[in-house]
Design a binder for this molecule. Structure first.
Ligand SMILES: [Fe+2]
Length: 443
């Protein structure tokens, strides 16, 4: 019996010893040695891991899961403010935005009257943004004083022609006599640089090169080199077909289409129109048919019958002169121009015609139309008049000056100034006015 008691006690002791070891393992919590700042350590029973549960008002630091940081209270969360208001994060109130003030329970733009008590001159007004006195509309500051702006409605364009070289044949050899075109271009550049008006357009009444069909393009290359300074200044250059261009748009093999390939002109390119500064410019081709029923004449009638109301003048430009006492004064070229074209221009009220072909300057008046021959662009000058019947129309002839015509348009008036220099003058001689023609609008 005692033996069995000892066995039972021994088993109990053994049993108790084993139970005590198990209890020690359970007491070793994951929170032991697990630090938590501003928080309490908790055990995730399922995972048997520790974690910090933040105290009220704290949130776990994004960078350290052992530390809880104080939670900022966003008083503006879900706060709706009115227009021109913004929520104050410290108070949670809706305050006026910067630049606005509370007025009648609404935030209105704060107006600071910088011009209050500001005294400006009669031609000035106060700038509410700066409080400075500035010129009123229609006035400009000159020498620190606001003066009325004088509207500048004047514009200028240049028309000239016959700038080509000249070729002669001696004993079977061709010789080129260079034109004085560079001298005329230099004078036009000076005009552009010194004229108070911004000159943007130049018309050439034809004979730009000796032979427009030149397959080598040498003459054209020279021409474009010569006008390059004008093009570089932004000038728009309108050429009109002369007889030396030998232009034939259908001649694609013999250089007849050179003119049309080298320029990008309006409409048919043979004849076209541009409206500038209240003037309708009509560029015609006097080498081709202008008789009744011809396409060119039909086109011309259409342009003359449909003139916009803001057009004050109509100017036609073509190469061969209708009236002239110069070298071509008795040419058959002008027969059709005089018998067919001139009556149409008179009937439709054309104001001015510019021609070339004669290497001279001439102003003629026929049936109310001012005809200007301007062929002094650089080709050998014609020097003298012929004894032909056009003397009755001639107002002024000048055959010894390289020149260009400067047109100045001022409202209802066009002033044409022929400006040139003697053919024997050196290249630096300034071009001076040697004829002035004034034309009034009748529209
Ligand atoms: Fe010509």
């Amino acid at each position: 019996m005692f033996k069995y008691f000892i066995v039972i006690v021994s088993l109990f002791i053994l049993s108790c010893g084993s139970s005590k070891e198990n209890n020690n393992e359970k007491e070793k919590s994951p929170c032991e040695n697990y630090s938590c700042e501003n928080s309490e350590c908790k055990v995730d029973i399922g995972a048997n891991t520790a974690f910090c549960k933040c105290n009220d008002g704290y949130i776990l630091s994004p960078s350290d899961k052992h530390i809880c940081i104080k939670k900022e209270v966003d008083l503006c969360i879900d706060k709706q403010c009115n227009e021109n208001e913004e929520c104050n994060i410290n108070t949670g109130n809706c305050d006026c935005k910067t630049g606005f003030v509370k007025k009648d329970n609404a935030c209105v733009e704060e107006i600071t009257d910088l011009c209050a008590n500001k005294q400006c001159e009669e031609s000035e007004e106060c700038n509410p943004n700066t409080g400075e006195c500035i010129c009123k509309s229609g006035f400009e500051k000159i020498d620190d004083v606001c003066k009325e702006i004088v509207a500048n409605n004047t514009h200028s364009v240049i028309i000239y022609g016959d700038n080509r070289d000249h070729e002669i044949e001696i004993s079977g050899y061709k010789h080129t006599i260079d034109s004085k075109h560079p001298k005329v271009v230099a004078a036009m550049l000076n005009e552009i640089n010194t004229n108070p008006n911004h000159i943007e357009y130049i018309f050439n009444s034809g004979d730009l090169v000796w032979d427009g069909k030149d397959p080598e393009h040498d003459a054209w290359d020279d021409f474009f080199k010569e006008i390059k300074p004008l093009v570089d200044m932004g000038i728009t250059y309108y050429p009109i077909v002369g007889n030396h261009e030998h232009a034939d748009p259908d001649d694609h093999t013999n250089g007849g289409d050179n003119f049309f390939n080298l320029f990008d002109l309006p409409e048919t390119e043979q004849y076209y129109h541009v409206d500038l500064y209240g003037i309708r410019f009509l560029a015609l081709n006097s080498n081709i048919d202008i008789s009744e029923g011809s396409p060119q004449r039909e086109w011309l009638i259409d342009k003359l019958d449909h003139i916009p109301s803001d057009i004050k003048f109509v100017i036609a430009i073509y190469h061969h002169p209708t009236f002239s006492t110069g070298h071509h004064g008795d040419d058959g070229d002008k027969t059709d121009l005089r018998s067919i074209l001139h009556p149409l221009l008179v009937e439709k009220g054309v104001d001015i015609v510019f021609n070339g072909h004669d290497h001279a300057y001439e102003h003629l008046i026929a049936d109310g139309i001012n005809y200007i021959v301007t062929g002094g662009g650089g080709a050998i000058l014609d020097q003298t008049q012929l004894s032909v019947g056009d003397y009755e129309y001639s107002e002024k002839f000048e055959g010894k000056k390289y020149h260009y015509c400067l047109l100045t348009i001022d409202g209802d008036t066009i002033t044409i100034k022929a400006k040139g220099a003697d053919e024997r003058s050196n290249d630096s001689t300034p071009f001076e006015v040697f004829d002035t023609v004034t034309v009034q609008s009748h529209r």
